[in-house]
Design a protein around this ligand. Structure first.
Ligand SMILES: Cc1cc2nc3c(=O)[nH]c(=O)nc-3n(C[C@H](O)[C@H](O)[C@H](O)COP(=O)(O)OP(=O)(O)OC[C@H]3O[C@@H](n4cnc5c(N)ncnc54)[C@H](O)[C@@H]3O)c2cc1C
Length: 412
């Protein structure tokens, strides 16, 4: 019998999961209260980096917590009002920054990210959007030898996990990216990385191909999940009730609310991030750049030059603080002295984050017919297509292609 699967969430993770399931012969329904890719997948930096394997909490994180609380415009900030609710998550986050934990987290992330291009490839080819995926490397930039030295341990950890990182002299940085201010003299080049020129366009094109191949895309908000002893049975939405056979929860930062309905409580938080997109930046940028000392990611996109980054721990419901987007722009001016900002747009998105920077990709604890795929944090665009392959295998009762024990729900 053809498996019938419902996926909640049409972000990068949900759409890739739906497509891999569809390709394996399942009849798939994808439900989202918004259009495809309008959640966190909308405005991210679009980096597709197989080297993005370092967790947010790195060794020494505890020492930095006071600064997180002091500076509302800093690269990582915690809103005071949210601190009491955040505390249990924060303690786990600090614990995850231990050196031995970071080693294990990096290896697990590498297994998910290394197959980025081979996992997007068939989906993007079939959707006719392969041109939105570029494989032209990523440049990591540092202002000083001291900043580069501080990143050395993480760099070696990446290399031990198979990431290629080439050190670049100042002249080579200037040749690759002439618009960069000369004081960024130290660089690392990751030739195997790439980016998308339009994250929202990529997810939308993939969703369109899902529909073209017979997939059912429904715009509805899931408000409750009815279950019995055998598992989840029905979704109650603002558009009526939908019977379910097998269910995938890929609802990004909002997944905890849905998991709670099944009796599970993963410690999922939102790390809110911001972007500024400049339709007429007045400079040429050739590829994805991570300015490490400035904590911003820059990517030339179809709609303009996007500068993105920062982490704000303030929950799902607090209004955005767009002064943080202005702060990103101010950092951008340090990197590119000739930057123009006319017509700029701003955005805030909710990264779905577990304290150890690893997602949950696993069967639900509270319902046998439900698979979870959420919590991809800073690397959801990178990890989405491989996650989709794992989801396909879990739903269809196959053995996943990689070890998924690091992504188990039971680790919390
Ligand atoms: C500033 C910034 C920069 C980033 N840069 C990068 C980058 O360069 N590379 C990278 O890989 N990642 C990056 N990320 C992270 C990446 O964007 C996320 O990890 C990824 O988009 C998460 O995808 P998702 O499908 O899990 O969630 P989402 O895209 O948020 O999708 C979840 C969907 O679920 C839907 N939903 C939720 N609840 C319900 C409900 N009850 N009923 C119906 N629908 C529901 C939402 O409407 C949403 O569409 C960045 C994030 C930010 C904020």
């Amino acid at each position: 019998m053809t498996p019938r699967v419902t996926v909640i969430g049409a972000g990068a993770v949900g759409v890739c999961s739906a497509l891999w399931l569809q390709r394996a012969g399942a009849t798939v329904t994808l439900i989202d209260r918004l259009g495809p890719g309008e959640g966190c997948s909308f405005g991210n930096a679009g980096s597709l980096s197989a080297t993005a394997i370092l967790p947010v909490a790195m060794p020494g994180v505890l020492k930095r917590v006071p600064s997180y609380l002091r500076d509302p415009l800093g690269p990582l900030t915690i809103r005071w009002a949210y601190l009491p609710r955040l505390l249990p998550w924060l303690l786990r986050f600090i614990e995850a920054g231990r050196r031995d934990r970071v080693e294990r987290i990096a290896a697990a992330l590498r297994s998910l990210l290394a197959p980025i291009f081979e996992s997007y490839g068939p989906l993007a080819e079939a959707a006719g959007c392969a041109q939105l995926i570029r494989r032209d490397g990523c440049l990591y930039l540092f202002e000083s030898q001291t900043a580069l030295a501080a990143a050395r341990w993480g760099m070696e950890l990446r290399r031990r996990n198979g990431c290629v990182l080439e050190e670049l002299p100042a002249e080579e940085i200037a040749r690759l990216e002439p618009a960069i201010a000369p004081r960024f003299r130290h660089g690392l080049f990751a030739p195997d990385n790439g980016s998308t020129s339009d994250p929202h366009g990529l997810v939308t094109a993939l969703a369109r191909s899902f529909e073209a191949a017979g997939g059912n895309l429904i715009r509805a908000e899931v408000r409750a999940i009815r279950r019995d002893e055998a598992g989840a049975r029905e979704l109650l939405t603002d558009r009526g009730a939908f019977a379910i056979d097998r269910l995938v929860i890929a609802a990004g930062a909002w997944s905890r609310r849905l998991a709670n309905m099944l009796g599970d409580d993963p410690p999922l938080e939102t790390q809110r991030g911001y972007h500024v997109t400049l339709p007429d930046p007045g400079i040429g940028v050739n590829r994805n750049i991570m300015a490490v000392s400035l904590n911003i990611m820059v990517n030339p996109m179809l709609m303009g030059l996007r500068l993105a980054g920062t982490v704000e721990l303030a929950g799902l419901d607090a209004p955005p603080n767009y002064a943080r987007a202005d702060a990103i722009l101010a950092q951008g001016r340090k990197l590119f002295p000739d930057l123009r900002d006319s017509g700029r747009t701003q955005w805030m998105g909710h990264r779905p984050c577990l304290p150890d920077s690893l997602p949950v990709i696993d069967r639900a604890g509270g319902a046998a017919n439900v698979v979870y795929a959420f919590g991809h944090g800073h690397v959801g665009m990178c990890a989405a297509p491989m996650t989709g392959r794992i989801v396909r295998d879990l739903v269809l009762g196959r053995r996943p292609e990689i070890d998924i024990s690091p992504f188990a729900l039971a680790r919390f």
